[in-house]
Design a protein around this ligand. Sequence first.
Ligand SMILES: [Zn+2]
Length: 272
Amino acid sequence: MTGPLYPDGGVGEKSLGNVRIQPYFLKTPDFYMIGQERMAHDEAVYAYGEYAFFALLWNAIDYAAGLVGHCPQCYSSNDGISEVYNQPSFAQCNLCYGTLFFLPYDPATGFGGVDHLGGLKALIVRPCMWNPTDESQKLTGTGEVITSTSTLQSISDFRMRTADIVLKADGTRWRVATHNTDSIISGFQAANDVRAMVGYNYGQVVRQDESMPCFLIPPTVEQQISLLDTSVIPNYPLSFTNNEYLNCTPAQLIGDDSSNKNFSQPAPIEGN
Ligand SMILES: [Zn+2]
């Protein structure tokens, strides 16, 4: 029983066995802290960063959630390889880019299909900051490849997952290998990525060889360079909508993991 009219001041009955420990006050999370920190970081990336394409790939979590189906081209049902090994029958698939997953065209939403890059959850342009290591040569089974790693930061309106691909303005392409996330815990509430995470996109990214399927993702390398390596003049953010694709709702760019799907993100402090 709780309520301000009770003689204990409204706290009411406490949990069994917890009488002397339970406090009288639980602090509300201060979402303005998270909003301000996100805004400061977003501004820094727009001040000192550069543009990149972010290709967000479908993965097994999306398939398990029923968001996407198997690729009709490389996960065919008649060659036996896919069923036995749960792997594509060939790697260089220009529909799913080696992920096995493809979203067929949905007339209700306009999402998916070959023309709308159904093999990707999204292809978006965002600013980001890099600090790549020097390139090094490595001899592999397929020949000599150039490798490099970098950490990467971007803004907070989307979230990369491991194996997502970043298309850099110099024509190179990079795969997200690891994440680490920074959160602000400002009150008593279950904290998760959507509620408390400040830096969405700090990742370790690894440069990919030109023979990898990620080089099948549009645009071409030549277009990638010409679109992204832009002049700063006229000093305002450019629109890339002609080259961007969303095969999910904007909210799903952040919170569609099974652990996050029932949470909503606190509104940004600028109010949109
Ligand atoms: Zn495929």
